[in-house]
Design a protein around this ligand. Structure first.
Ligand SMILES: Nc1nc2c(c(=O)[nH]1)N[C@H]1C(S)=C(S)[C@@H](COP(=O)(O)OP(=O)(O)OC[C@H]3O[C@@H](n4cnc5c(=O)[nH]c(N)nc54)[C@H](O)[C@@H]3O)O[C@H]1N2
Ligand SMILES: Nc1nc2c(c(=O)[nH]1)N[C@H]1C(S)=C(S)[C@@H](COP(=O)(O)OP(=O)(O)OC[C@H]3O[C@@H](n4cnc5c(=O)[nH]c(N)nc54)[C@H](O)[C@@H]3O)O[C@H]1N2
Ligand code: SF4
Ligand SMILES: [Mo]
Length: 810
């Protein structure tokens, strides 16, 4: 530890500034958790005789869907080791350990990281150049409050926008909640709807099923225990739901218990397979809808559909239930059999030509799905992050619908699996007085041409047309500006033009690629320096938990929590009292937890919780079968669709398709069906860029968070997956440095030559840090220099897995 102290704090320069800052405080201002920085300095410098060893609970708060417990060991105020949850014997279901993955266990290196932001800084160079000068917190807060006042006065609250940011998903009193509480008190900000994760699927499936419930509408994965067949489209929990307390735990327990036959459809042979699957069906990206249609053809022609189910519960399967508004032969059966408007029969041979899956295999798959009762069918979210993502998502759910595998034990709706999350209360945020809302993906357009954006052209909600373009960005725990949003080169140009977006404030722990685009940089405390009571996350199966975060160390450098930043701004607007209600951050945590306990007597005292670690609460219901009620009584439990039924033919989409103004090439159809898109394998652009490049969420990071830990970069090499056939024709060998490019940009990575991906397709883990060289070529392997900002037709979402590229050895 001495080493770390020597290097990071005791270097003469840093020591001086540290001490200077300490004296500047004069004991008056406080940082997060009410700890004067003086005492931080004292703890760091005092050479005590007997070292004080402590173990405290904290959690990994990134956006992977889990919230793993961490046991943080400190010695004299310095973190020495991170352990995972190690309580009990880890045998009892529901009391299993909430074990952290390799990322959470390496969090110490994120805290003690050379990239840490240490003090507030103001931009001095051109925007994006990355030149900053240190300022005091008073100057920073004056600047922030001043800019906010000016922008609200000049353009209205609708011109202020929060970039999507998920670096601290779990905060309840701090982070996004604290910021929204402030903004709502100051008149609000432009809203967004949807998200980069599930934008297309969550927008599309309600047309079929109605709004079932907020997130992940399927059955629990534990239902797999009752299934005779498990079919997973692009579902990869072994990598994206890695936690011991998460979805993968229940998934594996259920699969093992039933020894259920498992078929996985994915262009990549993922870690979820690795011999645990019975069959891998590789597919061309963006073509799942065509596969479903080929399967549907077999189901229909071989009489494997559940006609009684379709008649009773669904709209638009055949003539009988087709709504009056639909054109003649507008039903699904006609569409599949070639009697619909396009006149194309969706035979397995037709589907084979599109998907790359042999027709024989499609027939076999259809027969299996048609005869297994019950079958549990689900999808991950990589599929819908495609240019035709809404159509793919709506198509996959046709398989359980056609076979009547809905609402019964062992079934799922074809949606993502459901998860329970314990409802830990948040600080009241109030309501946003601004009504206008844009699609999450539309913010760069809203900077350039906000005033042109309307409901029918750009998916604006709440108003018919925006009043203003975006003039200020608040970027909290977000790496959207220059890493996670699409087409970085275009975004960069937009952000560089200061006449468009006039002010950017960014709060982060690290000097990320996005941080370089800030006008004002505010250093946040890390989760290990913060106080909170959180929940289990949104992907922890039926296990809920109340998760305590106790500051393991004092806030480093001049870091301050977002809550404390908000108090500072509130003060400058004269609403400090209104904002704090007289509470410190810690007092809010206590207050909210007391409220939770008053509602649920099972919860231990806060002291006990902090001592014992996460309190586990199983979901109130021991099973959850999606649409069980509807199946039992479709009248009493009618769905939220216009007809109350499962709408295979959606009348709402019929209307939208007529009314919306779509760019050329975009299609919205009332039936779920395969549509070709730009940059599919059928696009003429393949002559120039012959390979499809899909992204995936790698186990080496969570998006861009944890990227700057060299140990993790070594453990999980970032390389572009390519098939030996594609590699050979280009003279590329495993481990070669390669360049990948298209008209939008170029990046450099290593080649991972492997038969684990189909020919014609490449895959790269997203989230690597953007690192442009002087010519603008990214040397960091950052996916988003290649992605497109053109939104998907219906949800106006992110097609970040739809890209045509070429690759060559450097
Ligand atoms: N380790 C780790 N875990 C994470 C995250 C992370 O960054 N790292 N991020 C978290 C977040 S926010 C999210 S949203 C989730 C996302 O988690 P997932 O839903 O798993 O999303 P992806 O990894 O994008 O894609 C899943 C799979 O879909 C496949 N795929 C892509 N396109 C297609 C297609 O057209 N058809 C088919 N059949 N398959 C396709 C990909 O090859 C990939 O194996 O993961 C969460 N968990
Ligand atoms: N090409 C491509 N792009 C994608 C995706 C894809 O599949 N492919 N996936 C998309 C999806 S699903 C998502 S959810 C988004 C995620 O995109 P983001 O929400 O931007 O997620 P991260 O990249 O993890 O960035 C979070 C930021 O939070 C910061 N952070 C971490 N801890 C703290 C903290 O305690 N305080 C503060 N202030 N900051 C903190 C990190 O340093 C990081 O800069 O990316 C999207 N982008
Ligand atoms: S990244 Fe996710 S699975 Fe890994 S420790 Fe953090 S919360 Fe747990
Ligand atoms: Mo996500």
């Amino acid at each position: 530890m001495k080493n770390w102290l020597d290097k990071t704090i005791l270097s003469p320069m840093k020591r001086r500034s540290f001490m200077k800052w300490g004296s500047l405080l004069g004991g008056a201002s406080v940082v997060s958790a009410g700890l004067p920085l003086k005492s931080v300095a004292k703890a760091a410098f005092t050479d005590k005789k007997t070292p004080e060893n402590k173990t405290t609970w904290s959690a990994c708060m990134v956006n992977c869907g889990s919230r793993c417990a961490l046991r943080v060991h400190t010695n004299d105020g310095v973190i020495t080791q991170i352990e995972s949850d190690n309580r009990g014997d880890d045998k009892v279901f529901g009391e299993h350990q909430i074990r952290a993955c390799l990322r959470g266990r390496s969090i110490k290196h994120r805290v003690y990281n050379p990239d840490r932001l240490k003090y507030p800084m103001k931009r001095i160079g051109e925007r994006g150049e990355g030149r900053f000068e240190r300022i005091s917190w008073d100057e920073a807060l004056d600047l922030l409050a001043g800019k906010m006042k000016h922008i609200i006065d000049a353009y209205g609250n609708e011109s202020i926008f929060f970039t999507y940011g998920t670096g601290t998903q779990g905060y309840r009193t701090d982070g996004q909640h604290a910021l929204h509480r402030l903004m709502n008190m100051l008149g609000g900000n432009l809203n967004y709807y949807g998200n980069y994760s599930w934008g297309q699927i969550q927008h599309a499936l309600p047309f079929t099923y109605g709004d079932i419930k907020a997130a992940a509408n399927g059955s629990y994965t534990s239902e797999i225990k009752s299934a005779d067949l498990l079919v997973m489209f692009g579902y990869n929990p072994a990598e994206t739901r890695m936690s011991g307390g998460g979805e993968i735990y229940e998934h594996s327990v259920a699969v093992r218990e039933r020894n259920v036959r498992t078929i996985i459809i994915d262009p990549r042979y993922t870690d979820t397979m690795l011999g645990k699957e019975d069959e891998w069906i590789p597919i061309r990206p963006g073509t799942d809808a065509a596969l479903v249609e080929g399967i549907a053809h077999v189901l229909i022609t071989e009489n494997l559909v559940d006609q009684a189910f379709l008649d009773k519960y669904c709209q638009g399967y055949d003539e009988k239930t087709l709504p009056a508004s639909a054109p003649k032969n507008g039903h699904y059966k006609a569409h599949i059999l070639g009697q619909g408007p396009d006149g194309i029969e969706k035979t397995p041979v037709w589907a084979s030509g599109i998907t790359g899956i042999p027709a024989k295999k499609i027939i076999q798959l259809a027969r299996e799905i048609g005869s297994a009762k019950p079958a549990y069918i689900l999808q991950g979210t990589g599929i819908q992050r495609q240019a035709n993502g809404e159509q793919s998502a709506r198509s996959i759910v046709m398989l359980p619908i056609l076979t009547g595998n809905i609402g019964l034990p062992g079934t799922n709706t074809g949606d993502m699996p459901a998860n329970y999350s314990y409802p830990v209360p948040t600080i009241p945020t109030g309501t946003n007085p601004v009504k206008a809302s844009i699609p999450f993906f539309g913010w760069t357009d809203a900077i350039v041409r906000g005033q042109e954006m309307t409901d029918k052209t750009d998916g604006v909600l709440g108003v018919k047309q925006l009043n203003t373009s975006i003039k200020m960005l608040i970027s909290y725990a977000s790496n959207m500006l220059a890493n996670q949003h699409a087409d970085i080169n275009r975004t960069r140009e937009i952000l560089r033009d200061e006449s468009l977006c006039e002010f950017i404030v960014l709060l982060d722990n690290h000097m990320t690629p996005s941080a370089r685009f800030a006008d004002l940089l505010l250093p946040d405390v890390t989760t290990l320096e913060n106080t909170e009571v959180s929940s289990d996350g949104y992907a922890s199966g039926s296990l809920g938990a109340v998760v305590p975060l106790v500051p393991a160390i004092k806030p480093m450098y001049e870091c301050r929590s977002a809550y404390d930043v908000c108090v500072g701004v509130a003060e400058r607007f004269g609403i400090r009292e209104q904002y704090t209600e007289g509470r410190t951050h810690e007092q809010w945590v206590e207050y909210l937890y007391a409220g939770a306990r008053a509602k649920d007597s099972r919860l231990p005292s806060l002291e006990q919780l902090r001592k014992d670690g996460p309190f586990r609460v199983m979901a109130p219901e021991d099973k959850r079968v999606a649409l069980e009620d509807f199946r039992t009584d479709p009248v009493k439990h009618a769905l939220g669709t216009p007809s109350g039924k499962i709408e295979i033919y959606s009348t709402k989409l019929e209307k939208i398709a007529k009314e919306w103004i779509l760019p050329e090439g975009d299609v919205i159809t009332p039936l779920p069906q395969y549509v070709t898109t730009w940059e599919s394998h059928l696009d003429p652009l393949t002559e120039k860029y012959p390979l499809q490049l899909v992204g995936f969420h790698t186990k080496g990071r969570v998006h861009s968070t944890y990227h700057n830990i060299p140990e993790l970069r070594e453990a999980v090499m970032d390389g572009v997956w390519m098939n030996p056939i594609d590699a050979k024709t280009r003279g590329i060998k495993n481990g070669d440095q390669v360049r990948i490019w298209n008209d939008r940009g170029e990046t450099r990575v290593l080649a991972k030559v492997t038969p684990r991906i189909i020919p014609g397709v490449m895959a790269l883990g997203e989230g690597a840090w953007y690192k442009p060289d002087r010519k603008g070529v990214d040397r960091g392997g950052c996916f988003n220099v290649l992605t497109n900002q053109r939104p998907t037709p219906l949800s106006k979402g992110n097609p970040q897995h739809t890209n045509l590229v070429e690759i060559a050895k450097v």
